[in-house]
Design a protein around this ligand. Structure first.
Ligand code: TNX
Length: 511
């Protein structure tokens, strides 16, 4: 484990001669302070020299690069527009970066899947990585080295520069996620895409969408149209609800992929299923649909798991969603089931695992699923005291989402209006200042695939509400997932330096 190294050189101070009468002191350039979050692994910066892009700067990519690398060039160009006006230019293979260029270089000698290197001199910038994901993360670091005015694309007369130096960086965990509950209240696709763009800035790479719960069904299932026609028609408090058509969902997934974020769909079952039960009578043991539910109680609903007739319906759902989800995961929920016996519950989870696997996906479920007979390829998402250690013992991986640390719907403190506090109040420091490696006894660091912060939406309506609770705590979660050597004081200072950037992006951060 390499120790982070940050060398900050202050721009040379103006020399002053002792003989001359006291002249007013020349204004000192402010020392450059690194604000990058997540903190990169190895940083050497010399702010006495700078790289300044201008209208003659070109973005270059290797001739051998694929269309995704070309898209990254265009993405970087948009970030720097209108300063950089030219389209990305392809280099001949093996060509070296010319003066006044930003070179996105695919380099097979960089080892990690998400690793990147960044080298900045006064005349050019080279971002190298083995993968396009690595290049994308290098671009995010580059973006954060620029002043926050980089986020004001149309601002006239802004001065963009970065200090010279070298950064090498790779993540600690492969899973750095956020969950958005779109069931309790529905968020339209444009708001989800806005989240995706903002999460990508902090190198989050998983977006888990909680698409079905008691209060709403939010994804079109073509073979079972009543799920959205009925189940998608309302939400907590009785609003009009909403759902994603399959085309809208595909568009969200594609947008996420362009930001190197994998979408994980969740259909919560066998509990948290009132919207489905209300839509399809056959899912109920008495064949009678209950009314739609718009309150916020949990634990009252369950599928009729002993009835063979429910499984073709569940197969249709898993098949249709799997077909439009390129990522390898399908989340079946599995939390808070009080209406079934334990053997009924475990048999159901095992049966769902077969259905999910038959559709080519790895199953994920909340912590309660751990005692079932699970494949080691299945993943358990810890959220409260559970038996995750059983899954670690069989060689399975665990996603850490401890509610008292990472539940973004927990209020910051007693003055917070939005959110809940059943797991406690979660300050920015509480969310940040803990170590996944030692968090669960019986679950070693090697069993932990990473961290994910869920944002449940019982009390949230508009995207600003979601942002208020998510930011800035999600930025801390991003650093927990990425950075090996970190501490609260350093993070707190860099977070303060991010404030202007969050404002420039129009993010309604809560603290
Ligand atoms: C518990 S966490 C739930 C959700 C609620 C949340 C509210 C989990 C797996 N289940 O259904 O929305 O608490 O904080």
């Amino acid at each position: 484990m390499k120790k982070s190294r940050i060398i900050l050189a202050i721009a040379a101070l103006a020399a002053c001669s002792p003989q001359k009468p006291a002249a007013p002191p020349a204004p000192q350039p402010a020392p450059y302070e690194l604000s990058v979050i997540p903190l990169p692994q190895n940083v050497q910066i010399d702010a006495s020299q700078r790289f300044r892009p201008d209208t003659l700067t070109t973005i270059v990519i290797d001739a051998a690069a694929d269309s995704s690398t070309a898209s990254l060039g265009a993405y970087l160009q948009t970030l720097l527009s209108p300063i950089i006006r030219t389209a990305p230019v392809r280099l001949a293979s093996g060509g070296s970066a010319s003066a006044n260029s930003i070179h996105l270089r695919l380099d097979p000698s960089v080892s990690g899947d998400e690793e990147y290197r960044l080298a900045v001199t006064p005349s050019n910038v080279v971002v190298s990585a083995r993968t396009n994901a690595g290049l994308f993360y290098g671009i995010q670091t580059l973006r954060q080295l620029f002043p926050s005015s980089i986020e004001h694309r149309a601002a006239v007369g802004r001065r963009l520069w970065i200090p010279t130096g070298q950064i090498t960086d790779s993540p600690r965990y492969e899973w750095r996620g956020m969950m958005i509950d779109v069931s309790r209240h529905f968020l339209p696709p444009r708001d989800i895409k806005r989240f995706i763009d903002n999460l990508a800035l902090y190198k989050i790479n998983r977006l888990h969408l909680h698409l079905a719960d008691d209060q709403g069904w939010r994804i079109e299932i073509k073979s079972r149209p009543s799920l959205t026609a009925i189940g998608g028609s309302t939400q907590v408090g009785g609003g009009s609800g909403g759902f994603y058509t399959q085309d809208e969902y595909k568009d969200i997934v594609a947008h996420a992929a362009s930001r190197y974020i994998t979408v994980i769909p969740e259909i919560d079952m066998p509990g948290h299923t009132n919207a489905a039960l209300a839509s399809i009578p056959e899912l109920n043991c008495d064949n009678v649909s209950p009314p739609l539910y718009t309150g916020i109680r949990v634990g009252f609903s369950a599928l009729c798991v002993d009835s063979a007739r429910i499984y073709p319906i569940l197969e249709d759902i898993v098949r249709e969603i799997s077909a439009i989800t390129p990522g390898p995961y399908f989340h079946i929920g599995g939390d808070e089931v009080t209406k079934l016996t334990h053997p009924q519950y475990l048999a159901f989870i095992e049966r769902m695992q077969s259905i999910v696997n038959a559709n080519g996906k790895r199953m994920i479920g909340w912590g309660e699923i751990a005692p079932a007979n699970l494949s080691p390829a299945t993943m358990v998402q810890h959220w409260k005291k559970d038996s995750s250690f059983l899954h670690a013992a069989r060689g399975g991986r665990v996603i850490l989402s401890p509610s008292a640390k990472l539940y973004l719907d927990m209020q910051y403190d007693t003055t917070t209006t939005l959110g809940l506090h059943w797991a406690g109040y979660v300050s920015v420091q509480t969310a940040y200042d803990w170590d996944p490696a030692t968090f669960l006894s019986g679950v070693a660091d090697t069993a932990i695939i990473g961290v994910e912060a869920p944002l449940w939406a019982e009390s949230l309506i508009k995207v600003e509400d979601y942002e208020y609770l998510a930011f800035p705590r999600i930025i801390g979660v991003a650093e927990i997932g990425w950075t090996r050597q970190r501490n609260w004081d350093g993070f707190a200072r860099r977070l303060q330096l991010q404030d202007e950037r969050l404002k420039a992006l129009g993010i309604n951060a809560g603290r």
